[in-house]
Design a protein around this ligand. Structure first.
Ligand code: MN
Length: 264
């Protein structure tokens, strides 16, 4: 598998996404990430590094820590490994919207034969991310959902195995922000000029469209607030904000650890 489909779908003169090249396998741990992607529909792109690319699945509802909740995962085109660090706004074209790096870390297959497991449609693995940990499985279903291009081979389920990291905590709701910037969608969008964004709105209707409207509004407010702050004593404010953000992050992590401990 190479990156032809990834490249065919994108115009790299118009998108900030990396153009990408095949990355040779090395002895370092395998990378995984989850990118929360607000496009025509909100979804979570689950990516596992394998053979120099990121194998990719779009998970509409995001991963669930509850072993009873099987999440639909549509396999999409392989992405370049450097895409795994991408966070930003895709102003137009394929996947237009906002990408947030929602989780990242390393993954370990529970088999030596990854290609065999993929072919069989049953890949068991362990995740060590900030938000997702422990044992998981991707299982290909017989189809029925159709999927992109109507290819039933692309339809999988992402399921948490029962272990100390499983539980009924709604992780998408509990930890909605970026592991890269600690920002939410509006913060990521706010770094760009919302005025430019207005004319390139990808989603016009539906839930994602409504969500995007709200985000654009909030982003504009954030931007105004930042300008106002800059006019004041910037150094003091930034230091205070950073301190507050750090404190908040720490308590969130502790809370997550605590709630994980209480669930068995
Ligand atoms: Mn996506």
């Amino acid at each position: 598998m190479a990156l032809e489909e990834y490249k065919r779908k994108r115009n790299f003169n118009k998108t900030p996404e990396p153009e990408g090249k095949l990355t040779q396998a090395s002895s370092r741990a395998r990378f995984f990430c989850v990118q929360k992607h607000l496009a025509s529909h909100l979804h979570y792109d689950f990516r596992l590094e394998h053979n120099g690319v990121l194998l990719s699945w779009a998970v509409p509802k995001g991963p669930s820590l509850d072993p009873k909740t099987k999440r639909l995962a549509m396999q999409v085109e392989d992405h370049p490994v450097e895409y795994g660090d991408f966070e930003g706004v895709i102003p137009e074209g394929y996947g237009a919207g906002i990408v947030m790096l929602w989780d990242r870390g390393t993954w370990t297959p529970e088999t030596d034969d990854i290609d065999g497991a993929l072919k069989k449609g049953d890949l068991k693995f362990t995740l060590d991310g900030y938000k997702l940990k422990g044992s998981w499985v991707l299982v290909r279903t017989g189809g029925g959902y159709g999927g992109r291009g109507g290819d039933p081979k692309r339809t999988w389920l992402l399921i948490k195995h029962r272990d100390e990291w499983a539980g009924d905590l709604d992780i998408a709701e509990f930890a909605p922000r970026s592991v890269k910037s600690d920002g939410d969608f509006e913060d990521i969008l706010g770094e760009k000029a919302p005025a430019v964004w207005q004319s390139h709105r990808p989603a016009k209707g539906g839930d994602a469209g409504a969500m995007l409207e709200q985000i654009i509004e909030r982003a504009a407010k954030l931007k105004d607030a930042r300008h106002a702050t800059n006019a004041e004593d910037t150094d003091k404010t930034t230091a205070a904000t950073k301190k507050a953000a750090g404190a908040k992050r720490t308590s969130t992590t502790k809370k997550a650890a605590a709630s994980r401990k209480t669930r068995k």
